[in-house]
Design a protein around this ligand. Structure first.
Ligand SMILES: Cc1cc2nc3c(=O)[nH]c(=O)nc-3n(C[C@H](O)[C@H](O)[C@H](O)COP(=O)(O)OP(=O)(O)OC[C@H]3O[C@@H](n4cnc5c(N)ncnc54)[C@H](O)[C@@H]3O)c2cc1C
Length: 587
């Protein structure tokens, strides 16, 4: 083998919440663990790096809404029936009380100064299952717990590029490179966990078109999907897109905080569009609010604002207090923008293109043990189908750390294929060998432009076919991308992975020849605006990959999926009347 091989029982790729918890749990199960992350320190990496404020969980303390069954019911609802509950239960829901104990043992305070849990209901929860806590330091606490474990070795500044298989098709390691020195690295492991987070940066985020000044998280470049797909794993529901409301000029949301506190959504003429009773009335599908806002903007009555000026000073102070730990930068943003909540409404705008479906029924498909279709390859956190935000990332990491350790213990010693590693080394370092050609920035920009135009909010067959053809051209053009240093090499590989993901997404969007859940949140085909419930409702599309060719498969819903329940809901109920009209679904 070329160069040093870094050995462990379990290799974890991605040191976010899911990766850190998985590493601790694998080590506690007796495995030696190597955890790699492309940032240099996992103390503040990933989504949780800037701190979190709520954990959506049941605690099973006796209230009727506080049980795993009610939680599962709600989760199935917000996942629009598209998640396999037989996997979501063991990986994302059942472990939650144990996960809470794990957090408290790790030094994350879940209770207030009186020793009580503080729980609230949010827009569409079945009861007050949202646990408010001071999560400012959740990430350092979990990273410290991982680092303090003798069996865990954390290596920062490594961008993973491939999962390596043995001649039986089992995952036995990975490759990557140091993003400063460009040194190529090889990892051998009995089991591999990929926990690289969500997929973003696929389409432009209207209207700024710059991934770094928006809610798009720069580290979410679809790499985990590419790693899993190239190894033979499949992903589900990747055709859906999400649209949300965000404060104009600011890169994170606080719509929930302001509306729940009594703020009112108003249009440019100051007319009320929605307020708290409205929000509560739409508990099951809160994105109806987004539909109403979109309706006002498209009807020429935008922009839209959230107005808190009618609230008494004590309530404004309470909002500010809550935001101070939920979204502290939002308070700074308001101050710098000269916005005083008691005197000024806050402008919100439509944010396009987070790649998501409500809940998290999208992602790399895993079984109840967290294993993908590829033996020895596991997926955890936001990358995997059953995970839901912080709760799902914690719970899936908690389970998968242990199952991956058990897999590694019972499997034969891992054997790397030297020729496959050598080929991956050539592919990985190739952009460094070119002194001219296409820069990563241009390559990525072109991809995002293409996806925005053809695979964004409005799609049709001609556009999707066109996109698929262009993407084949971009596959060839990848051979002309050059990089002058480790950072550029990382960005080049992120762009290559985006292209692969784009190809998968385009293929499944083309395959789903109907519309599902409107253009505000979901998959909207302008040439097939109707839903085809007979063929598609509750059906998950899987996209695998064979070499450079996407492979499509269809699964039938498991009995626990709530297809029938969704079938009885009209589009108007889902997105509100105005949203439905805009989507051309009612006259
Ligand atoms: C601002 C914000 C606030 C939030 N607040 C809440 C909240 O209060 N409650 C809640 O429930 N949820 C919240 N969420 C969502 C929650 O934080 C995430 O669901 C969760 O942290 C995801 O964890 P993860 O480990 O799956 O992924 P991530 O946190 O995305 O971690 C992925 C890691 O993988 C690394 N990585 C990626 N690609 C590679 C590669 N090729 N090689 C090596 N490393 C790689 C990244 O650097 C990153 O560290 C919030 C999210 C954001 C952005």
């Amino acid at each position: 083998m070329d160069g040093n091989v870094i050995e462990s029982d379990v290799l974890v790729i991605g040191g976010g919440i899911a990766g850190c918890v998985a590493a601790v749990r694998a080590a506690e199960a007796g495995a030696s663990v190597v955890l790699v992350d492309k940032t240099r320190s996992v103390r503040r990496s990933g989504d949780a790096g800037r701190g979190l404020a709520f954990l959506t969980t049941y605690l099973d303390l006796g209230e009727p809404w506080d049980t795993p069954e009610v939680f599962a019911d709600w989760y199935c609802d917000i996942a629009l029936g598209l998640v396999d509950m037989e996997v979501a239960r063991p990986l994302g829901i059942d472990p939650l009380p144990a996960v809470c104990r794990f957090l408290e043992e790790s030094g994350v305070p879940l209770r207030n100064a009186d020793g009580d849990y503080e729980r609230v209901g949010r827009m569409w929860t079945p009861g007050p299952i949202v646990l408010k806590f001071d999560g400012a330091d959740i990430k350092p606490r979990l990273a410290e717990r991982a680092a303090a474990t003798d069996r865990v070795r954390i290596i920062g500044g490594v961008h993973a590029t491939s999962v390596q298989l043995d001649d039986t098709g089992r995952a036995v390691g990975a490759t990557g490179f140091d993003i400063r020195s460009c040194e190529f690295l090889t990892f051998r492991a009995g089991a591999v966990i990929v926990a690289t987070g969500n997929a973003e940066r696929v389409i432009f985020n209207s209207p700024r078109r710059d991934a770094f000044h928006t809610y798009h998280r720069p580290y979410h470049a679809t790499t985990g999907f590419a790693l899993a797909a190239r190894a033979g794993a499949v992903a589900a529901n990747i055709e859906f897109l999400g649209t949300f409301l965000f404060p104009r000029g600011f890169a994170t949301g606080a719509m929930g905080n302001l509306l729940e506190a009594g703020g009112r959504l108003v249009n440019g003429n100051g007319q009320l569009i929605a307020d708290l009773p409205d929000v509560e009335g739409e508990r099951r599908f809160g994105f109806g609010i987004v539909g109403k806002a979109a309706g006002e903007v498209l009807a020429g009555r935008g922009p839209v604002y959230i107005d808190c000026t009618h609230l008494p000073p004590a309530e404004i102070a309470a909002i500010s207090d809550y935001i101070s730990y939920d979204a502290p930068l939002f308070l700074e943003f308001l101050e710098q923008s000269g916005i005083d909540l008691s005197r000024h409404p806050v402008e919100f705008e439509l944010f396009n293109g987070a790649w998501s479906a409500t809940g998290s029924p999208k992602g790399v498909v895993v079984g109840a043990d967290g294993q993908t279709r590829v033996p020895g390859l596991f997926a955890a956190g936001d990358l995997a189908t059953p995970a839901y935000a912080l709760a799902g990332s914690l719970a899936s990491g908690y389970v998968i750390g242990r199952t991956a350790a058990e897999f590694a213990r019972s499997a034969a010693a891992p054997v790397l294929d030297a020729s496959a590693v050598a080929a991956e080394r050539r592919r990985t370092l190739a952009p460094l060998n070119r002194t001219s050609g296409i820069g990563w920035r241009e390559y990525e920009h072109q991809l995002q432009d293409l996806m925005t135009k053809y695979v964004g909010m409005d799609r049709n067959e001609i556009g999707l076919r066109q996109a698929a053809e262009y993407l084949r051209g971009y596959a060839a053009a990848a051979g002309e991308v050059h990089a002058g240093n480790g950072h550029e090499l990382m960005r080049a590989h992120e762009a290559f992975d985006l292209r692969l993901f784009d190809e998968m997404m385009t293929a499944v969007a083309l395959e789903r020849d109907e519309s599902r859940f409107s253009f505000l949140m979901g998959h909207y085909r302008t040439d097939r605006p109707g839903a085809d419930d007979q063929r598609w409702l509750g059906v998950s599309i899987l996209a695998g990959h064979d070499g450079e060719q996407p492979v499509l498969e269809h699964t039938v819903p498991t009995p626990s999926w709530r297809a029938a329940q969704l079938e009885n809901r009209s589009v108007v109920e889902l997105v509100g009347e105005r949203g439905a009209r805009l989507a051309g679904k009612v006259g």
